[in-house]
Write a protein that binds this ligand. Structure first.
Ligand SMILES: *Cc1c(COP(=O)(O)O)cnc(C)c1O
Length: 502
């Protein structure tokens, strides 16, 4: 399979694309041609999660043998996932909640990051590449921990994670700071996720630095969703859940469905979009943002605008979506414009230099935008949605899933389109216990309580009152000793890597 950069200036095979992460022209890799599913829906409905994952990986990474991929899939999706079949689907009316948070770190990032280290090691082996891999990761909270878990003590790798010190939940921070492993490096930064992400991207294209590393036989790699090796495993759960809805009699074979995704870096929803290009019958993509609603505005107006005078970056109760620059939208621009890399380059340089771009004059992207419904939920709507879901259905959801459901309800009201819809449920409510408790019982009173209670107290309160199980990865977190780290500035990211890794 040949991969090309969205900016037209780089090519790679699967193995090179997985190891490189970002293309040398700063673009993102996509296959020259998106493979087709060619699937018999009734056969799909009988497949288990691992079989679907194997099928999807085989289509994208055809340099690997079926035996190699089978082995990898078996190791990745083993008993670490405490669900009946890796994921669960809970149905409420026409809404099917696809729960992707039964892995070690209790967020959907485990779905891809449990498998990425194996894909990287195998790629290296097949390319006879014996350099050490140094994974650089920017995180808005969940990728960091999932990547640390995935790469901890994996021989021949070092992993460095950068997270916004003031932009993650207490539970997310504790998860990262208590990670064991001799190859683990964690850096809290003063700025927000966007700074961490652009810092990492800039290190990736720093040729002088890479030369220096090459001399020491070290290669940089990415665990963010800019890496195609992270996106492809995510396609599997869309295809799998379509089969399960058929099996359960919720939809007919070939019936179109909608997909609603709480969106940050646009990776998860893009994997759904790729599933559609492969032939999965998806009608509408409901792209849900929190108050950092650049994306929903983009789908409504065609203008992607992060100019400071227009918008302030907000810290919200759905921190993993506190992002203004959604990297993977670049892949959508490429796909929607039928591979127009000059157009993509123009958009990206306008974003970098001017802080915005518009796609009004392209007929294709205009048409493409109508496949998406963009909406956002504010902090209050998130809390109200959590309460509504619990009171009405005894169903506990986290803040990100609440953003998604809230926007889905708006879509229903506006469109009257009640097609079966997959609501992508991205994290356990126990990762954001304070906000969830606040929605359920304590709205408006948290300020008084916040002095005495911490996230772990809220976890207990949540469990006492709902009896919903606490994920195994979070249970004894409170008693672990966190690393004591100094917060750094984004401009010092490179020197921090040099100091701690070289
Ligand atoms: C990462 C994350 C998101 C956003 O996913 P993207 O692929 O970045 O759009 C949403 N919810 C949770 C809980 C996450 O960890």
């Amino acid at each position: 399979m040949l991969y090309i950069s969205t900016r037209g200036g780089d090519k790679a095979n699967s193995m090179e694309a997985i190891l490189k992460g970002i293309a040398s022209d700063k673009g993102l890799f996509l296959p020259v041609e998106i493979p087709k599913l060619n699937m018999d829906w009734s056969a799909l409905s009988k497949m288990c999660y691992k079989q679907v994952a194997l099928k999807i990986l085989g289509l994208y990474f055809d340099e690997f043998t079926t035996e190699e991929l089978t082995q990898i899939v078996d190791m990745a999706y083993d008993s670490k996932f405490k669900a009946s079949d890796v994921v669960e689907i809970k149905t409420i009316g026409n809404a099917h909640f696809l729960e992707l948070y039964y892995g070690k770190t209790a967020a959907f990032k485990d779905m891809a990051l449990s498998i990425l280290p194996y894909l990287m090691k195998l790629s290296q082996k097949k390319l006879n590449d014996d350099s050490k891999i140094c994974i650089l990761t920017a995180t808005s909270g969940d990728t960091g921990k999932a990547a640390l878990e995935g790469f901890s003590n994996v021989s021949g790798t070092e992993i460095a994670v950068f997270y916004p010190k003031h932009g993650v939940s207490k539970v997310q921070e504790m998860q990262m700071l208590t990670q064991s492993g001799d190859n683990v490096h964690i850096f809290p930064i003063e700025e927000n996720f966007d700074s961490a992400q652009s810092g990492v991207k800039n290190i990736f294209i720093d040729e002088e630095f890479k030369e220096k590393l090459k001399f020491k036989k070290i290669k940089l790699a990415s665990a963010n969703s800019i890496n195609i090796g992270r996106l492809v495993p995510q396609i599997a759960y869309y295809v799998y859940s379509y089969g399960k809805l058929i099996e359960k009699g919720k939809i007919q074979q070939g019936e179109p469905i909608n997909i609603a995704v709480p969106t940050g870096n646009f990776g998860n929803i893009l994997a759904g979009f790729m599933a559609k290009l492969m032939g999965l019958p998806i009608k509408k993509f409901i792209c849900a943002s929190n108050e950092n609603n650049v994306l929903s505005e983009f789908f409504n107006t065609g203008l992607y605008d992060i100019r400071k005078e227009k918008r302030v970056f907000r810290l919200t109760n759905s921190p993993s979506m506190d992002i203004l620059i959604s990297s993977n939208l670049e892949r959508w621009l490429y796909l929607a414009s039928k591979g127009d890399s000059d157009f993509v380059k123009e958009c990206m340089s306008s974003l970098e230099l001017l802080g915005f771009y518009g796609v009004f004059d392209s007929e294709e992207t205009l048409k493409g935008r109508t496949e998406f419904y963009g909406g956002f939920a504010d902090e209050n709507q998130v809390l109200d949605t959590i309460k509504y879901m619990w009171d009405k259905n005894q169903y506990l959801i986290d803040t990100h899933t609440a953003v998604c459901y809230s926007v889905y309800e708006d879509y229903l009201k506006n469109s009257k389109d009640s097609s079966p819809t997959i609501i992508v449920s991205t994290a356990s409510p126990y990762k954001f216990p304070k906000a969830v408790c606040s929605g359920l019982w304590l709205k408006g009173t948290l300020e008084e309580n916040s002095q005495v209670l911490d996230d772990f107290d809220y976890m207990d309160i949540l469990f006492e009152n709902t009896k919903v199980d606490i994920p195994y990865g979070l249970k004894d977190l409170r008693n672990k000793k966190p690393r004591d780290l100094k917060t750094i500035k984004a401009i010092d990211m490179k020197s921090s890597i040099i100091n701690s890794l070289l």
